[in-house]
Design a protein around this ligand. Sequence first.
Ligand SMILES: *[C@@H]1O[C@H](CO)[C@@H](O)[C@H](O)[C@H]1NC(C)=O
Ligand SMILES: *[C@@H]1O[C@H](CO)[C@@H](O)[C@H](O)[C@H]1NC(C)=O
Ligand SMILES: *[C@@H]1O[C@H](CO)[C@@H](O)[C@H](O)[C@H]1NC(C)=O
Ligand SMILES: *[C@@H]1O[C@H](CO)[C@@H](O)[C@H](O)[C@H]1NC(C)=O
Ligand SMILES: *[C@@H]1O[C@H](CO)[C@@H](O)[C@H](O)[C@H]1NC(C)=O
Length: 353
Amino acid sequence: MLSSLALLSVVLPSALAATTYDMVKEYSGSTFFNDWNFYGQFDNLTNGDAIFVTSSVASSSKLAYVDSTTNRAIIKVDNTSTVAFNDKRNTVRISSKDEFDIGSVWIADMYHVPFGCSVWPAFWSQAPNWPSGGEIDTFEHWNLELHNQMTLHTEPGCTQASPVQTATVVNSTDCSFQDNSNAGCGVMDSTDSSYGAKFAAAQGGVFVTEMAESGISVWFFPRSSVPASLSSNASSFSTADLGTPTANWPTAGCAIDTYFKAQNLIFDITLCGDAAGAASVFQQTCSGVCYTDYVVGNGSVYDNAYFDVASVRVYSVTGMNTIVRVSSALGFRAGCWVWGAAALSGAVVLFAL
Ligand SMILES: *[C@@H]1O[C@H](CO)[C@@H](O)[C@H](O)[C@H]1NC(C)=O
Ligand SMILES: *[C@@H]1O[C@H](CO)[C@@H](O)[C@H](O)[C@H]1NC(C)=O
Ligand SMILES: *[C@@H]1O[C@H](CO)[C@@H](O)[C@H](O)[C@H]1NC(C)=O
Ligand SMILES: *[C@@H]1O[C@H](CO)[C@@H](O)[C@H](O)[C@H]1NC(C)=O
Ligand SMILES: *[C@@H]1O[C@H](CO)[C@@H](O)[C@H](O)[C@H]1NC(C)=O
């Protein structure tokens, strides 16, 4: 294993200099929900007033389903039940069964994202042993904020330095979970249609997240300006077609192969909780009390608290397969990425899958 790791460090820089990616996994249409785990219990992660339902409850109460008219996936907060004081409201958190290693891009095409007072949605990723292995928040904000926020969270030692990005608002450059109460190193998209009602009015758009050894980048394209190479459902694309990223964390300030490991993709919507529900944060865009005035009651305030997702596609650097499959039965992780790197070097190295 040590010798394969040494091999990786020699092989990867040239392999990742390639800017072409090939599709290796697609979540869409009637099979969208097949390869995700539903959290299946209350939010004990961010102290939200939310119960992340099981797959069967999500299906029977239509909190996670494929819309038969649009063929797109809906992931939503329960807006039909009356929640009594001291109870929590049903919502959804799903995490991909597969993990995707360095050398991956994931592209989410969405028509609507959740918003409204008390609503805290995210489309993001993290390694299983967080904070080891890092976290990439591609899409996140809360309440009635107007713009998307893109953030990394890591172990101490990773910072955003010399980014090449279109975002001009940099909230924090220290990615350490220990700094700033785990605010992470985040930047805000100044595009009005990157969140909330304006995102929906513009028919949403496409979020691209690249986790390369040279750096992590996020692009957001409103529907009207999605590059042709992404909108055509081509099985390959080049980052050369995407222009300057919206957010960028080069490896110079954050050694990606040190701070990041294979990621699970996650969609979740919580309510109130550590960020959205903190009084000082809540009152920036909403009035009243997060839990009692919104979560409690008939749920009519949650009519906009849903993701409408056309697809999530995952790509690997051409010539590699960055999917890491975790067998829940054996708890055994197979390193396809190692296989890909070995194959590129021309060495014949076989790992048991
Ligand atoms: C949340 O609950 C699950 C299941 O009880 C448990 O395995 C996990 O450790 C809990 N997480 C935290 C952060 O408490
Ligand atoms: C980032 O900074 C902008 C501008 O000051 C602010 O509007 C936004 O709420 C900040 N984001 C977070 C997550 O605090
Ligand atoms: C996109 O292309 C893949 C194969 O490249 C295919 O399996 C999938 O159904 C296509 N998706 C859509 C939405 O056309
Ligand atoms: C739900 O509650 C709100 C606030 O109390 C109220 O204005 C609304 O009429 C209720 N809707 C229904 C369908 O009962
Ligand atoms: C709940 O929200 C959906 C959209 O997510 C909307 O179509 C529906 O009318 C809302 N209200 C009820 C009572 O279902």
